[in-house]
Write a protein that binds this ligand. Structure first.
Ligand code: SAM
Length: 216
């Protein structure tokens, strides 16, 4: 671990937005799943949520994702309705990407609030049930012959609007993670194998100095 690499890890973590997330509902194509994670990394999503497709297996990482899966944790969820309720109970507004009578233009919501963007499966989109219990339905206006965008393109469009609003609000200027949480994640990102060993033994991570070296 070089000091430069460790400082980059800390800079990235200092911009992570624990109050911004996505819920992927049965997104089944690995290149879409990975592209969404890559966008999550770019805008600062700390943890993404995903309901696996019917196979029960979350689509695996593919070569185009630039290893974003290493930097964005994925929390597996049993189904979209349970996940929406759980995220709402944790204080998030859930914005379902779904065309309905109450759909808003995706630029209208306030993304500086704790927010989860619910994304649907490539074939059938967000279920009516999940869309109904979501706080709001949002759409990216479409003026062409085709009815929908690729799910990873839709995710990027919406998440960069969230990034724009959060940048204006100064939410990338001060760390949104608590100091102890930032230190914990910095250790895990810098020394993933060592961290796994400490966790297995139930031990606390050792302190690191400013250059990312273990303090003996
Ligand atoms: N046949 C599906 C339907 O009727 O919803 C199309 C699903 S679309 C290919 C896959 C996902 O991409 C959607 O569930 C949504 O999350 C996102 N998406 C695509 N186009 C969108 C748009 N114009 N606005 C918002 N989300 C969109």
């Amino acid at each position: 671990m070089t000091p430069e690499r460790y400082q980059k890890i800390r800079r990235v973590l200092a911009r992570r937005q624990p109050t911004l997330t996505v819920l992927m509902d049965e997104v089944n194509k690995p290149h879409n799943f990975s592209a969404i994670l890559r966008t999550c990394d770019a805008v600062g999503v700390l943890t993404a949520h995903a309901v696996p497709p019917k196979s029960g297996v979350l689509p695996t990482f593919d070569a185009t994702s630039g290893s974003a899966h290493k930097w964005v944790a994925v929390q597996r969820q049993p189904d979209a309705v349970t996940a929406v309720r759980q995220l709402q109970a944790a204080g998030m507004q859930v914005l379902a990407t779904h065309l309905s009578q109450r759909s808003l233009d995706y630029r209208e919501p306030d993304y500086t609030r704790p927010t989860c963007v619910l994304l649907g499966a490539e074939k059938w989109g967000v279920s009516d049930e999940a869309a109904e219990i979501a706080d709001t339905n949002i759409v990216i206006p479409m003026f062409g012959m085709v009815q929908s965008l690729n799910v990873s393109v839709a995710a990027a469009t919406i998440l960069f609007e969230a990034q724009r609003q959060r940048l204006s609000a100064g939410m990338y200027d001060t760390p949104q993670l608590a100091p102890a949480e930032l230190d914990r994640l910095a250790f895990e990102w810098a020394y993933p194998d060592l961290a796994a060993g400490y966790r297995e033994r139930g031990e606390r991570y050792p302190a690191l100095d400013e250059a990312g070296q273990l303090v003996r």
